[in-house]
Design a protein around this ligand. Structure first.
Ligand SMILES: Cc1cc2nc3c(=O)[nH]c(=O)nc-3n(C[C@H](O)[C@H](O)[C@H](O)COP(=O)(O)O)c2cc1C
Length: 305
């Protein structure tokens, strides 16, 4: 490792590149399916049809991918976040509950993928602590459904932006967990404290929207991620997450509550559940599973958990 390069900082910087999420699969010497979650996928060439994915030498499936001569790349859809985690968890039974089929090479093509590429191994290029698997596509398929996205160690829902949700205004409540340092933004109302919320996401010029309500309180928040989407009675709730790093003291009626001492008892039960889930995942993002997996991927030490 070059002394000047801090691997943690490098991992963070790599993480700024937003990607989709794939699961690469093959069969091991005993014919058992193996696979791993990967965002290092790239198309390479149309003629001949080539793609690549980078695999850590420490992955349990490494010998299988090295020896099999075939593999498939499955592009995950927005609803397949759980599958991504399953295939990224060291030691997990990756194919538990997973339906798949063999197409041309026999490498597993997963049901529900929004695109898949069945490949013969074209080249294996050693590259540091990873190997670049270059595949020649022999069969593929694709569907027009929204993809799962990944950036800065978290999943994102492309195409689930404000416009899509505005179309359902009336039955939809849009809220947000807005972070500043180690605090979450809350709004006081008659009955207690609530997440900032509105009937629509934006735009900031509409005071009845979430961005508009925040703008009126002079809170410039960036809300690039959808954190949760759930039904409560006949109302559909969409919870964004993001940050308002520049805000000093919020306007009258708004408070920043520290994550270590969230006033959950003063909040509606479903919002309290969401916010405590957020607090747990926030801690896990910093110290848990996703970072552990990304450590392997970015060339740091293997995860300990
Ligand atoms: C979103 C995401 C992307 C990942 N991308 C890669 C990757 O491109 N290459 C890789 O080797 N590991 C990547 N990983 C980590 C592997 O999925 C993980 O280390 C591996 O599946 C661990 O299980 P195993 O050692 O039992 O195979 C990624 C993990 C996540 C959550």
């Amino acid at each position: 490792m070059t002394d000047a390069i801090d691997p943690r900082a490098l991992r963070r910087a790599f993480g700024a590149f937003a990607t989709g999420v794939t699961i690469s699969t093959t069969l091991d010497a005993g014919g058992q399916p193996v696979g791993f979650t990967a965002n290092s996928f790239s198309s390479v060439s149309l003629d001949p049809p080539l793609l690549l994915v980078c695999l850590a030498e420490t992955a349990s499936s490494y010998p299988a991918f090295r020896d099999a001569g075939r593999f498939a790349v499955n592009v995950l859809g927005a609803s397949q976040r759980g599958l991504s985690t399953q295939f990224a968890t060291r030691g997990a039974d990756k194919f538990a509950g997973v339906a798949w089929r063999a197409v041309e090479t026999g490498a597993p093509v997963l049901d529900g993928s929004i695109a898949w590429f069945d490949c013969r191994t074209h080249a294996l290029v050693p590259a540091g602590d990873h190997v670049i698997l270059i595949g020649r596509v022999v069969a593929f398929g694709a569907e027009d459904r929204p993809p799962l996205g990944y950036v800065r160690g978290g999943y994102i829902a492309f195409g689930a932006g404000g416009e899509a949700f505005n179309a359902h205004a009336g039955g939809v409540r849009v809220s947000a967990v807005v972070e500043r340092r180690r605090e979450a933004l809350l709004r006081r109302d008659g009955e207690g404290l609530r997440l900032p919320s509105a009937a629509a996401f934006g735009p900031a010029t509409n005071p009845d929207s979430l961005l508009g309500a925040l703008a009126q309180a002079e809170i410039r928040a960036e809300l690039p991620f959808v954190f949760a989407s759930y039904d409560q009675g006949d109302v559909h709730h969409v919870v964004y997450r993001g940050a308002a790093p520049g805000v000093a003291d919020p306007a009258e009626g708004w408070v920043f509550a520290p994550f270590e001492a969230l006033p959950l008892h003063a909040m509606p039960a479903h919002e309290a559940r969401i916010l405590s889930l957020y607090a747990t995942e926030r801690a896990a993002h910093a110290y848990g599973r996703y970072v552990g997996d990304a450590v392997t991927w970015a060339g740091g030490p293997p995860p300990t958990g």
